[in-house]
Write a protein that binds this ligand. Structure first.
Ligand SMILES: Cc1cc2nc3c(=O)[nH]c(=O)nc-3n(C[C@H](O)[C@H](O)[C@H](O)COP(=O)(O)O)c2cc1C
Length: 193
């Protein structure tokens, strides 16, 4: 890699070059005992992250695209997971609300550093019922509720079309398990690279 130490960013870039990644301790992962349902594995990993004191393991990067196909991403809180999908909530009047209005598709990315684990979910996005959105808003603090205009709070679900569970390894033989819809259920593939 070439670099120019005369740029103002040289110290930062030197620092970046010296960083290490994937320094956590990956748990044992029995690939012969994978659940049929990816939400079951997701729940196991989320609970394991919490048990390992990962700070706020339910925060997630949420990516959308705008009407011109330009991507955007931000951090959100995961609200629910069930057979219908992964749910997040925000305001319809936000940038993400406009982007979802134009292109109802999104991706989620979780990264749990201590366990060298990441989960990716992508799919189309569906708006939950008005009642579900109202219930989610009602569960927020009074201060948080007061900042939201009437009818603006929306619970959205990412209906997964692909879910990837990734676990890094010290020997760089990283493992990926990809779940894809199959009939009324799921199929999964294990890849070690
Ligand atoms: C840890 C964390 C959690 C957040 N959770 C939410 C959330 O659940 N809903 C939300 O609308 N914004 C949340 N935000 C703020 C978003 O990251 C973002 O700044 C905001 O929603 C505006 O995004 P947009 O301009 O892309 O619509 C959170 C930010 C952080 C750092």
């Amino acid at each position: 890699m070439t670099h120019d130490d005369s740029t103002p960013d040289a110290p930062l870039n030197d620092w970046l070059r010296g960083r290490h990644a994937l320094t956590g301790n990956a748990p044992e992962w029995d690939l012969d005992a994978l659940p049929e349902d990816p939400t079951v594995l997701f729940a196991e990993w989320l609970k394991a992250a919490d048990a390992a004191a990962v700070p706020e393991p339910h925060t997630v990067t949420f990516a959308t695209v705008d009407a011109d196909g330009v991507p955007d991403a931000r951090t959100l809180i995961l609200k629910r997971v069930d057979e219908r999908g992964w749910a997040i909530a925000s305001t319809r009047s936000s940038r993400k609300g406009a982007q979802l209005g134009a292109v109802p598709a999104a991706a989620l990315n979780f990264w749990w550093q201590p366990q060298v684990r990441a989960v990716r979910v992508r799919g189309r996005v569906e708006e939950a019922t008005a009642q579900e959105s109202a219930d989610d808003l009602a569960a927020r603090s009074p201060a948080a509720r007061a900042a939201v205009a009437e009818g603006d709070w929306v619970l959205w679900r990412i209906v997964p079309e692909r879910i990837e569970f990734w676990q890094g390894s010290r020997d760089r033989r990283h493992t990926r398990v990809v779940y894809l819809p199959s009939g009324s259920g799921w199929s999964h593939t294990v890849m070690v690279d």
